[in-house]
Design a protein around this ligand. Structure first.
Ligand code: FEO
Length: 184
């Protein structure tokens, strides 16, 4: 029979692993969102829940890619999220840490595809490279906001404004490459 699988064993394993990582990220945002909501931060919870959905979308993109390239999708157990944050400051620091971790994982798949000269996967993964730059920016914006609000020592009134703010904060951050002098 003709081989219609266009992905190597190592690449398909790496992609399946990344797919599970995105699902894990979704669970993390879901759990942090539930934590935020039960602590009275409905706006922050809303932001985190929306982000959980984005991570689900990332998972789905990889699943589709594996299928379209004739590879085998392996849906596995998702590791449990880490313990709940201890404060909003800690929550945002953890969010940034998770995004940096995910960037590292994405880069590994990119490197692997380059080494194997799998240009289709390399090309596909560029979407994630861009997305991670954006997600790190988004997480850095959160850190900026909480810093201005007072970090660990943030007063209730600042946290209140921050919470209200995040309910309507856009899900996408602006990337440097999209900036012009007219529209900084
Ligand atoms: Fe799918 Fe936040 O990385």
């Amino acid at each position: 029979m003709m081989n219609t699988n266009r992905l190597s064993k190592t690449i398909v394993a790496a992609l399946n692993n990344q797919m599970t990582k995105e699902a894990h990220a979704s669970q993390i945002y879901l759990s942090y969102g539930a934590w935020a909501d039960s602590n009275g931060f409905g706006g922050i919870a809303n932001f985190l829940f929306r982000h959980a959905q984005e991570e689900r979308n990332h998972m789905m993109k990889i699943l589709e890619y594996i299928l379209k390239r004739g590879g085998e999708v392996k849906v596995t157990a998702i590791p449990a999220p880490p313990p709940n944050p201890t404060s909003i400051n800690n929550c945002f620091e953890k969010v940034f840490g998770h995004e940096v971790d995910n960037t590292t994982a994405v880069y590994k798949v990119v490197k692997m595809s380059l080494e194997e000269e799998d240009w289709a996967t390399w090309n596909f993964m560029q979407w994630f490279v861009k997305e991670q730059t954006e997600e790190e920016t988004l997480a850095l914006n959160l850190l900026d906001k909480i810093k201005i609000a007072g970090g660990e020592k943030a007063e209730k009134t600042s946290l209140y404004s921050l919470d209200r703010d995040l309910a309507t904060t856009p899900d996408d951050a602006k990337l440097a490459q999209d900036i012009t002098a007219d529209n900084p």
